[in-house]
Design a protein around this ligand. Structure first.
Ligand code: ADP
Ligand code: GLC
Length: 503
C-alpha cells in the first residue's frame, strides 16, 4: 500500500508574520540536478528564497537519466500510478521520487522511456512528447500526493501545457483549484509542432487548438507556449524591460500580438543570484578569497592564478576581459568575433568559456591559436572555472542580441568585475551605464547591435582602467555593493502569489 500523504517541507520559523502560501514550481531544469542555462539557476535559488518568506515550495522536475548518480541515490520512492498518455490509447507508468534540501521538496517524475539519454533536451520530435507527458504527470502527481498548492508556477515552453491542462482535463480535480503563473525565461523557444502530433501526445480537447489559444501563428501548427500564455492566470518574464520588448515586433518572436492581447496579465520581475553559491569571500572554487575591503589585492591574486591555469602571460597589470556564455546566436558572439584583433594588444587578454555552435567554438579556437598567451578559449562547460573567471577578470562581456534577464552580468558585478553589455532586456535593467560627470554607474554599455559600438564600449573601459584607476576602483566597489540578491525579486513573486490568492 502506497503512503499517499505527503511529507511537506519543515514548518516556517515560529512567529513568522508572513502569510503562508504553497507553490509548486514546474520546469525542466534545476541546479544541481540538471542545468543548461540560467533557468536551472532560477529554479534553484528562487524556491529557497521563497521558503524564507514562508512559502511551502515543491519543485517538480523530470527524473532524467542524466541527473548525476549521487543525487539519484538520495531520492526516495514516494509512489507510482498509471496515466493516459495523451490520446495514444496507452497508459504509462509514472513514478515519484523525492528529496528535500534546505526546506524545498523536490519531486522527480519518473518514466524511463521518456527521460532517458545523456542530455535533458534533444530535438522537438522527442521533446514534444516528453514535455506533454511531463506537464500532465506533474499535475497528476500533485493530486496523487494529495498536496494541492495555492499556486502552480510554471517555467518556459516545457511546462507551458500545465495551465492548459489545469483548466481542461484537470479542471474538476483537486489541483484544478490552484492559480497558475507562467514565467517566460526565453521567448525564442515556444514548442511549436503540427497540431495532429500535439493533439496525439497531449490528449487535449479540440477546442484548445484554436486562436487565441494553442493555434500557431501560421494557422497550421500548435504552439505550446502560446496556449499556456492564454490559459494561465498571470504571465511573468525575467525583467521589466524584456516584458516591454516582447510586446513589440523586434523581440516578440511572432507572439507580440498575443502578448499585447494578454498584457494585463504580464509583468517583469528581474532575476537575482544566490548569495551562498556566489560569494567571493567563501567561494570554494577560487584560489584567493576577497570582500569589499581587499577586493583589489584579491582580484590581482586570482588573476595571476587564472593566467597560470590557462597558459596566458602572467602579469597582474594586464586588462583581462572575460566571456562566459552559451555559444549561440542569442549572445552577440558575431560582434565579439569581428573585433578580437582590435581589442587584443600587449596590455589586454581575453578569456572565453562556453560551448555551443561550432562556428563560434571554431573561431574562438582559431583566436587562441593565433594569439597565444593573449587569448584563451575554454570550449567546455565548467562551473568551477566559471567562478574563477568571474573572480579574476577585470571586465565581462555580455553583448547579447536579446537577453531576457542575463545572470552573468550579475555574477560579475558581485565579484567586482565590471560588465560591458548591450542595452537590451534585463541587461538594461541591471547595468547602469557609467556617467563620467557624476562618477556613477556599474558598467559600460552600448545600444545598437553593432560591432563598432561594442569595440567603443570596450575601449572606454580600457581607457578608464589604464588612465583613471581611482574611478575604476570606485566602480568595482559600487558593483560589489549593488544588491543583486533574490530578496527584492522573491518579494515581488510573493506579492504576486498573494494578489492571486487574497484570503
Ligand atoms: P542563459 O540562460 O541564456 O544561458 P544566463 O546569463 O541567464 O544565460 O545564465 C547562464 C548561466 O550559465 C550562468 O550561471 C553562467 O555562469 C553559466 N554558464 C554559461 N556557460 C557556462 C560554461 N561554459 N561553464 C560554466 N557555466 C556557464
Ligand atoms: C534564459 C535567458 C536568460 C535568463 C535565464 C534565467 O535562459 O536567456 O536571459 O537570465 O533564462 O531566467
Amino acid at each position: 500500500m502506497v503512503e499517499k500523504r505527503s511529507v511537506s517541507a519543515p514548518p516556517a520559523p515560529a512567529g513568522n508574520p508572513e502569510p503562508r502560501r504553497s507553490v509548486a514550481f514546474i520546469g525542466s531544469e534545476c541546479v544541481p540536478y540538471v542545468k543548461t542555462g540560467g533557468l536551472g539557476d532560477v529554479m534553484y535559488a528562487l524556491p529557497r528564497e521563497l521558503v524564507r518568506m514562508n512559502c511551502d515550495v515543491r519543485v517538480i522536475l523530470p527524473r532524467y537519466e542524466c541527473i548525476p548518480q549521487k543525487y539519484q541515490e538520495k531520492m526516495t520512492y514516494r509512489g507510482e500510478f498509471y496515466m493516459d498518455l495523451g490520446s495514444t490509447g496507452r497508459r504509462v507508468y509514472i513514478g515519484i521520487m523525492e528529496l528535500i534540501d534546505s526546506g524545498v521538496v523536490y519531486d522527480f517524475i519518473d518514466n524511463k522511456e521518456f527521460f532517458s539519454g545523456p542530455k535533458p533536451y534533444y530535438d522537438l520530435v522527442g521533446d514534444i512528447p516528453k514535455f506533454c507527458l511531463f506537464s500532465k504527470a506533474a499535475l497528476a502527481a500533485l493530486n496523487f500526493l494529495n498536496w494541492i498548492p495555492d499556486i502552480v508556477h510554471c517555467h518556459d515552453w516545457q511546462a507551458a501545457l500545465v495551465p492548459v491542462y489545469l483548466r481542461t482535463l484537470f479542471a474538476g480535480t483537486p489541483v484544478g483549484r490552484a492559480k497558475s503563473i507562467l514565467t517566460i525565461h526565453n521567448l525564442r523557444f515556444q514548442g511549436i509542432y503540427n497540431i495532429d502530433t500535439i493533439r496525439y501526445w497531449s490528449g487535449l480537447p479540440e477546442y484548445v487548438f484554436t486562436d487565441p489559444a494553442l493555434l500557431g501563428q501560421n494557422w497550421l501548427d500548435a504552439n505550446l507556449l502560446k496556449g499556456g500564455l492564454a490559459f494561465t492566470d498571470r504571465i511573468t518574464t525575467v525583467s521589466p524591460n524584456y516584458a516591454g520588448e516582447i510586446q513589440g515586433w523586434e523581440y516578440g518572436e511572432g507572439l507580440d500580438a498575443h502578448l499585447r492581447f494578454n498584457n494585463r496579465k504580464l509583468r517583469g520581475i528581474v532575476n537575482g543570484i544566490d548569495y551562498e553559491t556566489w560569494n567571493p569571500e567563501t567561494d570554494p572554487s577560487i584560489p584567493v578569497h576577497y570582500g569589499t575591503k581587499d577586493v583589489l589585492e584579491g582580484k590581482k591574486a586570482d588573476k595571476l592564478a587564472l593566467q597560470k591555469e590557462l597558459g596566458l602571460a602572467e602579469d597582474e597589470n594586464k586588462y583581462v576581459i572575460g566571456l562566459i556564455s552559451r555559444l549561440t546566436n542569442q549572445k552577440g558572439l558575431d560582434l565579439v568575433n569581428a573585433i578580437v584583433p582590435q581589442v587584443l594588444d600587449d596590455f589586454t587578454q581575453i578569456v572565453v568559456l562556453g560551448t555551443g555552435d561550432s562556428t563560434y567554438e571554431d573561431s574562438f579556437r582559431y583566436y587562441e591559436n593565433t594569439y597565444k598567451g593573449q587569448f584563451s578559449a575554454c570550449i567546455q562547460y565548467d562551473e568551477a572555472r566559471a567562478h574563477r573567471i568571474y573572480a579574476a577578470a577585470d571586465s565581462l562581456l555580455v553583448p547579447s542580441r536579446f537577453e531576457p534577464c542575463g545572470l552573468t552580468q550579475l555574477n560579475a558585478m558581485h565579484y567586482g568585475t565590471v560588465p560591458i553589455v548591450r542595452e537590451t532586456g534585463g541587461l538594461k535593467d541591471t547595468v547602469q551605464p557609467y556617467n563620467q560627470y557624476e562618477n556613477s554607474g556599474n558598467g559600460f554599455t552600448f545600444d545598437r547591435y553593432d560591432a563598432g559600438l561594442l569595440l567603443d564600449a570596450i575601449n572606454r573601459s580600457k581607457t578608464m582602467f589604464f588612465t583613471d584607476r581611482e574611478r575604476w576602483n570606485d566602480m568595482v566597489l559600487r558593483d560589489m555593493q549593488k544588491d543583486v540578491s533574490w530578496k527584492n525579486s522573491a518579494r515581488q513573486y510573493k506579492d504576486l502569489y498573494l494578489e492571486l490568492t487574497p484570503w
